[in-house]
Design a protein around this ligand. Sequence first.
Ligand code: NAD
Ligand code: UDX
Length: 467
Amino acid sequence: MVKICCIGAGYVGGPTMAVIALKCPAIEVAVVDVSPLRIDAWNSDRLPVFEPGLDAVVKACRGRNLSFSADVDRHVADADIVFVSVNTPTKTRGLGAGKAADLTYWESAARAIADASRSDKVVVEKSTVPVKTAEAMERILAHSGSDVAFQVLSNPEFFAEGSAVQNLLCPDRVLIGGWDTAEGRNAVRALMDVYAHWVPEDRIVTTSLSSAELSKLAANAFLAQRVSSVNAISALCEVTGADALEVARSVGTDHRVGDSFLNAGVGFGGSSFQKDVLSLVYACECNGLPEAAGYWQQVVAMNEYQKSRFVRRVVSSMFNTVAGKKVAVLGFAFKKGVCDTRESPAIDVCRGLLGDRAHVSVYDPLVSEKQIRRDTAAAPAAKVEQVRVARDAYEAAEGAHGLCVLTEWDEFRTLDYRRIFDGMQKPAFVFDGRNVVDVGKLREIGFVVYSVGKPLDAWLEVLPAVA
Ligand code: NAD
Ligand code: UDX
């Protein structure tokens, strides 16, 4: 019986291993983590990760061939294949701060494998890491002082949050990078055999180690670049009277471009895009490629511009001051369907409004009050009473001067906007950062409406331009 251990019971490690356990009943899968709290949550009825379909998968396998444990050493020692799925955030201090990936957690996992192993193992990089990290992993493992042989593979994860289980069950591709040696090819084959339980072989792509590592960063950079490209177009649409939705639809019908990932909005968020583009920028800089670094840096710069442009639009529309005014914020998660707020554009927009002394009243169907308070606490000079968390959209908007839509939750499309209008101060402003509302209908009700990438409301056109 093959035994798998995964170090890191996070957003990726938990769901990925649960699906492997589901599809491979003859493989024993143990997910381990240094955080006993996380492990307790995985062993409870309230999983630490919210993903549609995940509860059912975990229930079907936990106690059968899937376990969660804080005993890292024991499960690593027992395993034939060890996945490393620890966090690789952007470094906040020291060399490369603000861009380079922080490999502290990755290195501690590598050392744990080196120390605990008594038998040969295939070690699989699941975390998103800088190119050539697998080679660094091999150096740590090679110096473990034992006779144990390790083969390192790169097998990056491409699922998107909110559709993790569906993406894992039916992936566009599974990417496996390894050395082109007899041992390397054997290791690749062993991992292919795991995925082949449910993934068609033509969807399992094999490459060199470095290509696999770089492909993950490149895939996220390309996706983020599409969002920044359409957001750059949205700024031009607003001042020329073109409509970013129409432009995106027209451009996307060219099959060479494709129609997904062309929604203009208040900017991209999530735990991956910014961090991975910055990691790519750092790799270019370190390898003497300043022009390539500058190109990718601009994807992040465009995203920052889109968020700050939105805040400037809100403030300038409301007569250049939001001090003491109530602004309703609908949506706080980085996209619909998730409770994750990591790098959510809503955080920066709220901070910008709070910095201008607005009072924000936030409603999100999934994000907890504790999380919203934590994310807004660091706003410059903001006072606790400037932030309220509402139970629904109507409560958030009651008495507000303006309303911002910052996450594209479906329920925001079908709100009773007449009721919301009646409860708001006049003129009542709506700022739609996600192209969710029916602009024409809202204008008929009497709202002054701004929607990213749409021709400007006549009301806004007479105000000073926003750059
Ligand atoms: P996460 O923070 O949710 O989980 C990481 C877990 O690793 C934490 O529970 C942490 O306690 C644990 N950990 C850290 N060091 C450890 C150690 N030495 N031993 C045991 N456990 C340790 O992170 P995540 O979102 O699951 O991301 C993991 C990796 O996958 C990252 O590199 C990320 O870039 C990548 N990734 C994430 C997504 C996503 O949607 N979240 C998608 C694709 C790839
Ligand atoms: C992303 C990648 O899609 C996934 O393949 C990778 O494994 C992890 O990173 P995720 O961060 O979960 O997944 O979300 P995604 O759906 O890609 O959205 C990222 C951000 O871009 C969100 O804030 C979303 O609102 C924004 N976005 C996306 C747009 O603004 N417009 C779009 O057209 C698409």
